[in-house]
Design a protein around this ligand. Structure first.
Ligand SMILES: NC(=O)c1ccc[n+]([C@@H]2O[C@H](COP(=O)([O-])OP(=O)(O)OC[C@H]3O[C@@H](n4cnc5c(N)ncnc54)[C@H](OP(=O)(O)O)[C@@H]3O)[C@@H](O)[C@H]2O)c1
Length: 220
């Protein structure tokens, strides 16, 4: 039997958080949405309910409470805010899947602020040693959630992590957003995935490359 999972989205009012929340609200999930700006958060919840009266969503003003209740936690905040979020949720995120979607881009968007021998996901794992950090969604663009199928093909979302069960859970989440989940490897593969976004941005800036199409490595 498919039991309903509870998912906390921290940073739900952002471009990515809202896209993920909107799409997941159509699936068999209970969503707990958090953000700093409560007015914006309430507006998002009302808008999702307007489009989907059956959506099982709630605005929660406390990140710790939402993460405590959740089975999985999506950290949809800018990379520099992740430490603050990790410090808040460390105790309540024990043994849970925590999804890292960030790209620690530098100011010029031509490199990463992390050292070459690590990644945002691995840094989040260090901050949350008892959680199962999984990289996902970082190679897609926020607008892809509105149109996850382009030219008849689903946009790929690569996934990296060390725990097989967590990888499976996140692959199902990615699928529920309408994207094609591609398990790429262990958490260290996040270094490549985060650099792929730098390349995607550079290609789109230099050649007007279709950023929205994202990466389509696997055709199915
Ligand atoms: N935009 C994209 O296309 C894209 C693509 C791939 C990956 N990403 C990654 O996705 C993440 C989010 O990007 P975004 O474009 O969605 O950013 P965004 O639009 O600026 O949204 C950021 C969200 O994080 C919240 N937030 C900021 N600081 C916080 C804190 N200290 N504690 C709790 N919540 C906090 C904000 O809430 P308030 O507004 O209420 O402060 C907002 O909901 C980033 O790590 C980015 O690298 C983005």
């Amino acid at each position: 039997m498919n039991t309903k999972q509870t998912i906390a989205v921290i940073g739900a009012t952002g471009n990515m958080g809202a896209g993920i929340a909107r799409n997941l609200s159509k699936g068999n999930y209970r969503l707990l949405l958090c953000a700093n700006n409560q007015e914006k958060l309430q507006a998002l919840v009302q808008d999702i309910r307007r489009h989907n009266a059956a959506a099982d969503i709630e605005a929660v003003d406390c990140t710790v409470e939402a993460s405590w209740e959740a089975d999985s936690i999506i950290v949809a905040v800018p990379y520099p805010a992740e430490k603050e979020v990790a410090d808040k949720i460390r105790k309540v995120a024990n043994q849970k899947s925590v999804i890292s979607i960030s790209n620690p881009l530098n100011a010029a968007y031509n490199g990463l602020t992390t050292a070459p021998d690590t990644s945002a996901a691995e840094e989040l794992q260090k901050l949350l040693p008892n959680s199962k950090v999984v990289k996902a969604f970082n190679t897609v663009f926020a607008a892809d959630f509105a149109t996850p199928v382009l030219d008849g093909k689903q946009v790929d979302s690569f996934i990296a992590g060390n725990n097989p069960e967590a990888l499976q859970t996140v692959a199902e989440l990615v699928s529920a957003t309408g994207l094609n989940p591609v398990i790429a490897g262990d958490l260290s593969v996040s270094r490549t995935l985060e650099n792929m976004t730098v390349l995607l941005i550079q290609l789109s800036m230099k050649y007007n490359y279709n950023w929205l199409a994202g990466w389509k490595v696997l055709h199915h």
